[in-house]
Design a protein around this ligand. Structure first.
Ligand code: ATP
Length: 236
């Protein structure tokens, strides 16, 4: 049974239908990437999975159980954490305060254990626990956003455009971290415009176009596909 399964999902904003007939699976321990141009609906899909948007049709199964009517808080408790596009960290708060908010739904013991894990994955954050997050670089803020998501001890981490607004050197670091997270047993759904970097660490990918999934497969095959190269990898 897949860890997460989306079945015939339709999602939109009021009368504006953004995604139609989305069928997608996430197996335990996978990194799966969502690819598509700006506005293709990757963020919309992530919001539907975490519960920020209610799907207009279809179902979302977590370990075989329908969760599409559960609140975002309930889904977080079941193990789905969302690291949104644009990071949305609390800029006026310290690193420690941001992390504490990420761990609000787990027990004190779990939060303490997660803080240890986060500290070893992100030494830069451990060194700056009492610094105000708003003073950090884009890349460091992105690390904090991911670390905050991890505080909830998730099974699934939804990462929306983690490379956006991050200096190239730190982008590579963030992608290395995503691989390290998978080694910790976390399953990752990664929405990215940086198709090449995303496919190079992913197991599988889905391509979104005109509100539908138009292509999907093993990441290595997608990387070698002419169609993908022309449209998303800046080659022709
Ligand atoms: P990006 O990387 O730019 O976020 P994306 O693939 O994640 O691209 P979405 O942000 O999911 O795309 O947007 C998909 C479509 O939904 C776009 O046409 C966008 O205009 C529309 N949309 C997004 N948010 C809203 C909203 N709050 N209300 C109405 N329409 C929206």
């Amino acid at each position: 049974m897949p860890l997460l399964e989306l079945k015939s999902l339709a999602i939109g904003y009021g009368h504006h239908r953004v995604l139609e007939d989305i069928n997608l699976t996430l197996q335990r321990g996978e990194i799966v990437t969502l690819l598509g141009a700006n506005g293709a609906g990757k963020s919309t899909l992530a919001k539907a999975v975490s519960g920020l948007l209610r799907p207009q049709a279809g179902s979302i199964l977590l370990e075989g159980e329908a969760i599409e009517t559960l609140s975002p808080a309930m889904r977080l408790q079941r193990g789905i954490a969302h690291v949104p596009e644009g990071r949305q960290i609390f800029a006026g708060m310290t690193v420690a305060e941001n992390l504490a908010l990420g761990g609000y739904a787990v027990s004190k013991a779990d939060a303490a254990a997660q803080l240890e894990t986060v500290g070893s994955l992100f030494p830069v954050l451990r060194e700056r626990m009492n610094d105000i997050a708003g003073n950090f670089s884009g890349g460091q803020q992105q690390m904090l956003a991911i670390a905050r998501g991890l505080m909830a001890k998730p099974k699934i981490l939804l990462l929306d455009e983690p490379s956006l607004g991050v200096a190239p050197l730190l982008v590579a670091e963030i992608f290395r971290l995503i691989v390290a997270l998978r080694q910790q047993g976390i399953t990752i759904l990664l929405a990215e415009q940086n198709a090449k970097a995303a496919l190079s660490i992913a197991d599988r990918g889905y391509v979104f176009e005109n509100g539908r999934i138009t292509l999907s497969g093993v990441a290595k095959d997608l990387l070698e596909s002419k169609e993908i190269a022309e449209r998303y990898l800046g080659m022709s």
